[in-house]
Design a protein around this ligand. Structure first.
Ligand SMILES: [Fe+2]
Length: 369
């Protein structure tokens, strides 16, 4: 980082928008000045609790978003949105470099990173496979008659978004990350993604809706649980039927053992924007120092939603913004169905990106005729 910080303007260029359209992701170079990244690093490094992935509402980590160009830039490309009141610090410590020998990556030592789409119930099932079978239930639909109030095993996303059990995946519009240290060399624990797979994910949601739902895990083509280990089962793994439709975009590099994933190569102060639908993952940090990012989940304002300013939503971190962060159901007026609105957006994600409308129209018209 040099003294002359070449600040990115508060809007994306046409080239950057084209990249966002094509890849589902764009890096905004030099979005955040060093004075702000350093202030956040000071707080993060002084707080031992910040080792891992933790919510953090300290001013210096929220300022990275709210006091930078990001609100204006995202207002322009996406649209009006409630500013984050919390972000989450994503620190991936080093310590797995011995999993790489030459150009071979030992998956017995460190599992191969698998991408996911945010908002689904994830983790180990609280019951054994043998118990599920003994009860005459099956892994695909397990939990489908479950309590709509229940939250995931790690206290994460709810099992259902709605009391009527029609949507099992939470959503938002954009996932935004701010990079706080040098991540230009592949293998630094980068945020990584399946480049361009956002359209395949949208198509999958459309298929689920056509088939009558529910949308998400437990719905058509998407087993809620998959077998793991001797007698366990796991939720949150993307369905093979969806993954099979991802485009084959590869990132070949001698220090990067997972070519199907594209790493976000960033410097301190860079930011990225992805669509909710873009499958992504953290990756093992093969370097000798930590990888530090701060993340925010933002959703385009829904004019009829009475909870846009409700702090119970946990704006900035929540992946299930139609319910309170703690899982409570919220009251909605009769004329507004938040769950249906979310499904409509999952099935037409560009409809939430005002500043992308021209590009989307132009690209789509190429395929009509
Ligand atoms: Fe995620």
């Amino acid at each position: 980082m040099t003294d002359s910080f070449d600040q990115h303007p508060p809007r994306l260029s046409e080239d950057e928008k084209q990249r966002l359209y094509r890849d589902g992701m764009v890096i905004v170079r030099h979005a955040i000045p060093p004075s702000m990244t350093q202030a956040a690093l000071e707080v993060i490094n002084a707080n031992p609790e910040n080792k891992g992935f933790t919510n953090n509402s300290h001013t210096s980590t929220i300022d990275l978003y709210t006091e930078s160009i990001l609100p204006e830039l995202i207002d322009e490309v996406m649209g009006p949105h409630t500013r984050p009141i919390t972000g989450f610090v994503a620190l991936t410590p080093p310590g797995v470099s011995d999993a790489v020998v030459g150009n071979h990556f030992d998956e017995k030592k460190v599992p191969r990173p698998a991408t996911h789409v945010d908002g689904g119930w994830a983790g180990l099932a609280p019951v054994k496979r043998s118990e599920i079978e003994a009860a005459g239930l099956d892994l695909h639909t397990w939990g489908s008659d479950g309590d709509p109030q229940s939250m995931g095993p790690a206290g994460g996303a709810p099992l259902w978004q709605d009391p009527h059990r029609t949507v099992a995946i939470g959503s938002f519009t954009a996932f935004v990350g701010v990079c706080l240290n040098d991540q230009m060399q592949p293998g630094k624990g980068q945020f990584a993604f399946r480049r361009g797979a956002h359209e395949a994910v949208e198509a999958f949601f459309n298929m689920q809706r056509r088939e009558g739902g529910p949308i998400g895990g437990g719905g058509p083509g998407w087993p809620r649980l998959v077998p793991v280990g001797e007698d366990s089962a796991m939720a949150g793994i993307m369905p093979k039927a969806m993954e099979a439709t991802y485009p084959d975009t590869r990132f070949e590099h001698e220090d990067w053992p997972w070519p199907e994933l594209t790493p976000a190569l960033m410097e301190e102060g860079d930011a990225f924007i992805t669509l909710h639908a873009l499958p992504h993952t953290a990756t093992p940090n093969l370097s000798s120092d930590s990888r530090i990012n701060v993340y925010y989940r933002v959703r385009r304002t829904r004019e009829e939603n009475p909870h846009e300013q409700n702090r119970k939503i946990g704006w900035g971190v929540s992946d299930h913004a139609d319910r309170a962060l703690n899982g409570d159901f919220l009251d909605y007026p009769d004329h507004y169905n938040p769950y249906q609105t979310s499904v409509d957006k999952l099935c037409d994600h560009w409809s939430e990106w005002d500043g992308m409308a021209d590009i989307v129209e132009k690209e789509r018209s190429k395929h009509r005729s």
